[in-house]
Ligand binder design. Structure first.
Ligand code: TMO
Length: 318
């Protein structure tokens, strides 16, 4: 830590202790989860650096993005700052209900995670983005290992999208193939686009993709509350997952239930952290398009957004 940032932290810590009755934060590091997609990795460092400015020590803990929620209950992770409703809503809401995780904040960002195709695919498969049209063209997307079924290139397994269940519930002629990493998804997309080859793959928004490629999400039967839990819900009366993922899904911050007592001042800051769609897309772009290392990308975002995050550090609106 530089002398300047120590001074800064001291001033901020003094400012946060302003009320006189405020309790001091524990000097233990706050453990921030690191997952396997770029906006999250950059953002974790942004959150960590903001908490450093508030006088906290932090530690970055690489974590499977599903296991993270039980890890919070077991005291191994304190903060998950990108809780996507589509991928993690079920795991997150379960531990919130159990009482070991707090739904600490909701970002302004609205999210969508769904099957997606580059725009030129519409010429090859008329009727898109409707899922029935996609299904009618399934063989167009076949790979040697899925033929005659189409291949849906899904994300890494820990994003747990229940795509195989959906394929079954909707009676689709597709096979789900999981990519090993986010960068494997983007490499396949780049290669397909060069050849104008048919491809349908997992994508999400906000992401850097929208700044680089034109494309659309597939429109499945709309998501509804009972879709994932109640077989009788939806167009298939005996199966769950007969719907798409939520549109306009939430992006939340979850913390271990002990955080407010252990780090009361840092917790106040965490509750104010609020990323927009643009913020998340920029964090992804700094890493995926500009090729910056996560820490450097975080420094760049912080330098470009001072007014925004400095307001989160002030005690005025708590
Ligand atoms: C959780 N993710 C943003 C990769 O869909």
């Amino acid at each position: 830590m530089s002398a300047k940032s120590i001074l800064c932290s001291a001033i901020l810590a003094a400012g946060l202790g302003f009320s006189g009755t405020a309790l001091a934060d524990s000097s233990d590091p706050i453990k921030i989860a690191i997952h396997n997609w770029s906006s999250q990795i950059v953002g974790a460092h942004v959150v960590g650096k903001i908490l450093n400015q508030a006088g906290a020590e932090v530690e970055y803990v690489p974590s499977d993005s599903q296991v993270a929620y039980t890890s919070m209950c077991e005291g191994d992770i304190d903060v998950v700052h990108e809780v996507w409703q589509g991928s993690f809503g079920v795991a997150f809401e379960k531990v919130v209900k159990q009482g070991c995780v707090i739904d600490a904040a909701t970002h302004d960002a609205k999210t969508r995670e769904e099957w997606w195709y580059p725009l030129y695919v519409e010429k090859l498969c008329p009727g898109l983005p409707d899922w029935k049209a996609l299904n009618a063209c399934a063989e167009l997307f076949a790979a040697p290992e899925t033929k005659p079924k189409g291949r849906f290139l899904a994300g890494p397994v820990d994003w747990l999208k229940h795509d195989a269940e959906r394929v079954k519930a909707l009676g689709m002629n597709f096979e789900v193939v999981n990519a090993g990493s986010a960068s494997a998804l983007w490499a396949e997309l780049a290669s397909a686009e060069k050849r104008n080859a048919p491809i349908v793959l997992f994508n999400w928004t906000p992401n850097f993709i929208e700044a680089v490629y034109q494309g659309k999400f597939v429109e499945f039967p709309p998501y509804g509350k009972g879709c994932r839990t109640d077989p009788s819900w939806g167009i298939n009366p005996s199966m769950t997952y007969d719907c798409g993922n939520p549109k306009g899904g939430y992006l939340k911050i979850g913390v271990w239930s002990g955080v407010p007592k252990k780090w009361p001042n840092a917790y106040k800051v965490i509750q104010k952290i609020n990323f927009t769609n643009h913020d998340i897309a920029v964090m992804a772009k700094l890493a995926d398009v500009d090729g910056m290392e996560p820490e450097d990308a975080a420094d760049k975002w912080l330098a470009d957004n001072q007014a925004k995050w400095r307001a989160w550090l002030s005690d005025s609106s708590s």
